[in-house]
Design a protein around this ligand. Sequence first.
Ligand code: PMP
Length: 359
Amino acid sequence: MTRVYNFSAGPACLPEWVLKKAAEEMLDAHESGMSVMEMSHRSSEFQSILDTCKERLCRLMNIPEDYEILFCQGGGTMQFSMVPLNLLKHSADIINTGQWTKKAIMEHEKLGTTHVIASSADANFTYIPKITQNDLSPDSDYLYICENNTIYGTKYKELPPHEGKLLVADLSSCILSEKTDVSKYDLIFAGAQKNMGPAGVTIVIIKKDLIGHAKENIPSLLDYKTYADNDSMYNTPPCYSIYMVGLVLEWLEKEIGGLDEMEKLSRKRAKMLYDYIDSSKLYSNPVVKEDRSYTNIPFVTGNTDLDKKFVKEAKEAGLVNLKGHRTVGGMRASLYNAMPIEGVEALIEFMKKFEKENL
Ligand code: PMP
């Protein structure tokens, strides 16, 4: 068996510790005589998997008591609609930082007044626009941001001002890669398939007092209250994905030592790659330095044929999914939590060799 280094932006690599544990428990999980995939979501075994998963997330992220954790389906994309359906009363302010806010804007516009108060579209989303309190609309209910932009490789290093407004943030591609002060946000959501587990479950962390104010007559499954009132089991939840998230959280706690340690690792991985890219004569990263993501690192050679050759030869060397998003081109290395330092070292070694051969 040869495992590759998988730099996919999501679904992404998972820790081997987690995959092995899942394999061990495949036929008989929690002494139930069956796999988690075969379990009733109403069983005491599954209830304990869900409870433990929530407890671990609370501990790891230090989630205050006045927040609720909800397990939804429909990906990050469904949150683009659920957020306005539940929180938009007058209007929403959104900062446009690329594809994933554009899609959120599109859904918001169907449901209420939406102000795009800043955008980095003028420079192909290579920076995070800075706003001041004055940029916020007088009647907006919340400011919506995408904290880490998976495609363009930008990240907010500080939260934008939002006095008097709720803050809603899409953390799909940076959750659990660093410490997060949850109390600074009113709603956080993240699809699991990058840093938390497999696809199929989306975690929503929401201030309890924001639940129960959805627009009238919306479908039950689009109302956060339905999830809160039923412990995220109004209908069958994505049981196996929740179980896998639980294992990833267990790995983070027991094997890594929590988010302090993971933050150090994440910064280390990113610094290694950026330092090399910045010192290289062949590769460049288009993002404004202060706004660079720690988890998604795009780079180009400046020659599309050479980029293609790079992706092909990297794959042959066991470094896969390095092709950039179709809207950006070039390459992108996603360095999520499960990417070992050895994977980053192997990538840099390959890049050096390729540079020597092709410059
Ligand atoms: N937000 C961000 C930041 C993303 O990277 C993605 C997916 N790559 C999404 C939202 C959409 O997530 P999903 O595919 O789970 O709907």
